[in-house]
Write a new protein. Structure first.
Length: 289
């Protein structure tokens, strides 16, 4: 890695190491593997992801992915931060990527991520709180932080229970819906906390964030039955309504929480197997008519 390429993202990454990471396959662009970043950093020296060669190591701020590219990508539009590039032959990475794609949803593929030197500073994608802020003493903020820390350490029980349900379209229906809902919530909250929304006063961003969380709760809890995670987000929304000035810090916690929930849910979905089945069915039917 070259620190001058994306110093904030690289500092955040180094500060998070060592880490045990769960590796995921790409769903649309193809030939890259990714895992979720436990930090938030802004876009730095943005590059078009489709123009990057195999072996590139990158950070995608909007989705909070750390990615390794192992071949040409399909059409996808995204601006990313380049963190570095692998030297030499990337054949081993290509083989790993193909294995991850085939086995996604069938098994969890873990890796250990380490660094030869510690990070120099914390990433600062979202503004930190002022020490004197009244909401820092609110128990709901402490609970949100604890929930975020816990979810990055182990899979929550509510997802395990959801995956064990059986019935009509269970567990796939709520698993796939919940993964999409948490991913959309993470990206929308990220936009509210990113430079894209810096012209919106913090208090107004807090109200917008609370509105979004409330809207997503009806699907996350009402349809998917993820009551524990719903309770965490419900408290976050209430905190934002009572302390709109807490928006930058609460957004940071909620983004990291929602993104990690999406990641845990994603591990249960065999995307490659499902895609092959759709192709088979379409081929047998000659397409929809």
């Amino acid at each position: 890695m070259a620190r001058d390429l994306a110093p904030l993202a690289i500092a955040g990454l180094l500060d998070s190491l060592p880490a045990r990471i769960d590796i995921h396959c790409a769903k649309i662009a193809g030939r890259h593997i990714f895992w979720h970043a436990p930090f938030i950093a802004p876009l730095e020296q943005g590059r078009d992801v489709t123009a990057l060669p195999a072996g590139t190591f990158l950070y995608w701020p909007e989705r909070q992915f750390l990615e390794l590219i192992y071949g040409d990508l399909q059409a996808e539009s995204a601006q990313v931060s380049v963190l570095g590039r692998l030297r030499g032959d990337v054949g081993w990475l290509r083989a790993l990527g193909e294995h991850v794609t085939r086995r996604q949803g069938h098994e969890v593929i873990w890796a250990e991520l380490t660094a030869g030197q510690p990070g120099a500073s914390k990433a600062a994608g979202l503004q930190d709180a002022r020490p004197e802020a009244a909401w820092l003493r609110d128990k709901r903020y402490a609970a949100l932080r604890q929930a975020r820390i816990a979810i990055w350490q182990s899979e929550p029980d509510c997802i395990k229970r959801l995956a064990s349900r059986r019935g009509i379209m269970l567990p796939y229906g709520p698993l796939s819906m919940a993964e999409g809902e948490f991913r959309k919530l993470q990206e929308l909250l990220w936009r509210l906390g990113s430079p894209l929304a810096m012209d919106i006063p913090p208090a107004e961003r807090g109200r917008h964030a609370a509105f979004l969380i409330d809207a997503f709760l009806s699907r996350i809890v009402g349809l998917c039955g993820l009551h524990e995670s719903g309770a965490v987000l419900e408290q976050a929304a209430a905190l934002l309504r009572d302390h709109p000035d807490a928006a930058p810090a609460v957004l940071k916690e909620a983004i990291l929480y929602a993104g990690r929930m999406a990641a845990w849910l994603d591990l249960y979905i065999p995307w490659h197997t499902l895609n092959e089945r759709v192709v088979d069915v379409q081929g047998a039917q000659g397409g929809m008519s």
